[in-house]
Design a protein around this ligand. Structure first.
Ligand SMILES: Cc1ncc(COP(=O)(O)O)c(C=O)c1O
Length: 406
């Protein structure tokens, strides 16, 4: 599929917002959905609905097969070794909680150390904080420099004999920093420390190869990858999924249940308790096919061009301050404007049909470091165009007029 044809695949762009064409620049929050994903949800509920993994009637077998087809596609998408390493969850937040809880239960004792970074989303901090509260773990923050890059030398210095896990984002949802995960994993590997990667922002925008990264855990939210809400992915090396205890208990994750003894299902079901988001997982296969049809290399090239175009144009607007200037930056552009609160920016550009986000973006530690309480954020998706960026910049100029700034 050609980049120029992408936008037409998304029905929402034929709608008007406040009487204007929608310029959607909030994809880091959640992406819009291509028609094939929407049709898949519709078709599954109309024609194919059944719960999976339980009944053996035709509908149930078909639904189970389709669910497993998505698992296979995810395995290929991430280049995992086997489909047993792919666990479906509710979102990346649940994926990270799953690891923090099970890994913590088994491996964290009082005084043990967990390294995260100052870039982390609350979803990759709060689950580890629970271990600080319940187990007396110590959380250390790898610092960032003034550009928004993690200072790898400082991260190295934080590692001690008590370090039990390193958990870092692959791509910051505030600065757009692409974190050198491979380098961090190599450092951690030398000390036998597992690495969890929060891949929430990277999955829709860069090539992911978990074998090449050699990370132990990788967490994704499908709603950010042009897929439905309610589905997340946890990739984990098989050795961990075999070794760690189950997370949520209930139907579907057991092998045998007696009054005295319970045994658990083999992988991946051991980690998939209760009724799963069946239609949503099935529809996510269409999101992967969409990404493949466009081609990850084309997505990267297109988004890089747009990011550079946006940065150049935004920098020309008086009093705009772009947050971070990392070595390797994706299409996440947070900014402030002297004299205008980010919420006001968001409200004014919305009148022009432009959707951006304002706030701390669930990264309060990072905002504290930056001495800010909030930023405005424009984040790029594969459907965005240079015209979208032009409308964004014009609407930001309107903010200046509203506030009577020079
Ligand atoms: C970097 C990062 N990690 C984790 C999350 C949490 O995603 P979800 O709310 O889908 O679990 C987000 C969401 O914005 C994110 O940007």
């Amino acid at each position: 599929m050609k980049i120029n044809d992408v936008k037409s695949q998304f029905p929402i762009f034929s709608k008007k917002i406040n009487g204007k064409h929608l310029v959607y620049l909030d994809s880091s929050n959640s992406s819009q959905k291509p028609i094939k994903v929407i049709n898949s949800l519709d078709n599954f509920y109309k024609n194919e609905f059944s719960n999976i993994g339980r009944s053996i009637h035709s509908l149930a077998v078909n639904a189970t097969n389709k669910f497993e087809e998505t698992r296979m596609s995810v395995k290929n998408f991430l280049n995992a070794n086997s489909k047993e390493e792919i666990i479906f969850t509710k979102n990346a937040t649940e994926s990270i909680n799953l690891v923090a809880h099970t890994f913590g239960q088994q491996n964290i004792n009082k005084g043990d150390e967990i390294i995260i970074s100052e870039l982390e989303h609350h979803s990759n901090y709060v689950p580890w904080h629970y271990l600080r509260q319940t187990k007396g773990a110590v959380i250390k923050f790898a610092p960032i420099d003034e550009n928004g890059d993690i200072i790898i030398g400082e991260l190295k210095k934080l590692i001690t004999s008590k370090t039990k896990i390193i958990a870092v984002t692959h791509l910051s949802n505030v600065t757009g920093t692409i974190v050198p995960i491979k380098e961090i994993v190599e450092i951690a590997n030398k000390k036998n420390i597992p690495v969890l990667v929060d891949g929430c922002q990277s999955a829709p925008h860069i090539k992911i190869d978990v074998k090449d990264l050699n990370c132990d855990f990788y967490a994704i939210s499908c709603h950010k990858v042009y897929g439905p809400t309610g589905v997340g992915i946890l990739y984990a090396k098989k050795k961990w999924l075999e070794r760690l205890p189950p997370y949520i208990g209930g139907g579907g994750m057991i092998s045998e249940v007696g009054k005295e003894k319970i045994t658990y299902a083999p992988l991946p079901e051991k980690y998939e308790a209760g009724t799963m988001p069946t239609a949503e997982v099935v529809a996510f296969n269409e999101s992967i096919k969409f990404m493949e049809a466009v081609g990850i290399e084309n997505i990267i090239k297109h988004e890089k061009e747009l990011t550079n175009y946006a940065l150049e144009k935004l920098k020309k607007i008086n009093s705009i301050n772009i947050i971070g200037n990392p070595k390797n930056k994706a299409g996440v552009i947070s900014f402030t404007m002297k004299g205008i609160h980010p919420h006001d920016i968001s409200t004014i550009v919305d009148e022009e049909g432009v959707a951006i986000r304002a706030g701390h973006h669930c990264c309060q530690v990072l905002h504290q470091k930056l001495n800010l309480t909030a930023t405005a954020r424009a984040s790029i998706g594969v459907y965005n165009t240079k015209e979208d960026i032009d409308v964004l910049c014009d609407s930001i100029k309107k903010c200046r007029k509203v506030f009577e700034l020079q």
